[in-house]
Design a protein around this ligand. Sequence first.
Ligand SMILES: [Zn+2]
Length: 350
Amino acid sequence: MNYIIMDLEWNQGNEHNTNPQIPFEVIEIGAIKLNSDKRMTDEFNELIKPVVYKELHRITSKLIHLEMQELEKGKPFKEIAEKFISWCGEDYIFCTWGPLDLTELQRNMRYYEMEPLAEGPFAFLDVQKLFSIAFEDSKSRRSLEYAVDFLNLEKDIPFHRAFSDAYYTAKVLNCITPEVEKMVSYDIFTTPKTREEEVYVVFDKYAKYISREFEDKTEAMMDREVASTRCYLCKKSLKKKIKWFTPNGKHYYCVSYCNEHGYMKGKIRIRKSENDKVYVVKTLKLISEEDVVKIRSRKEHASEIRRQKRKQEKKSNLKLYGIKNGAEKSNFLPHFYCYITTKCPIFQDL
Ligand SMILES: [Zn+2]
């Protein structure tokens, strides 16, 4: 299998002129092909003539030192993208610095009504993430130049052009061990459409599930597969010790228990798909008893906040009611006001 290390440069519109179908217009594709021994076998380097944004945004021109006159000599996106995809060949994995390049490539392809890169989610290597896993804390995300400095790699060409960034990304990838390389990422530009297309992968320390699309998060959270927690080691269905709860409406947590393997944390992230529906990314991970205590107190904190919010809402509803009905101007109304806040069953339920 080959590694296709790809980097894009793109331009964007200004505040008054942005096309939401293509917020970032790709203006350069650079790539390096490595064989399975990670030796360089080929390179790709093409400029694209901009059609949507004909002025270089100040950020773009500052960053990549390109002039519009130079870009005018480029070829149309569709032609270059087709050439690039056929250059990639058959058996390969994309490698990029961060996940954004693959998204923007596909968004540009969709804009030009090209066939999608894949029918559903596909694995790729996010070298920025792998660098963090291999050399830092797994969570930080560094600049490419930081990684090159950190690894004492020779800086023989300038940064911030598509080809040079692909070249340095390839150099960093060469310092990543096969063990760390197993931590693949998934591009989800095209979400799974059916249950069969859903993704389920088991890594060394956790398992990941990517669901099909749902209309909204309520429908997603009601789905049996989404809400289930199966031990990813022994495949047994687990009983929940802490049921799914959310501190912010975007992330949900739960804790289950496997008799054989111990406590398992579930985390669900609700994501918006490209067509404004939602899908979920669920991870399951073995945790310690101390972690369970932390999650439990997080749940209590979240319910406390919800309780206070409800109380606040109740107060402001009453205030609104009072103002609407002239409560503040009347002598009778304070008594009535007092009655409905303490006794009236309708308001007790608010
Ligand atoms: Zn188990």
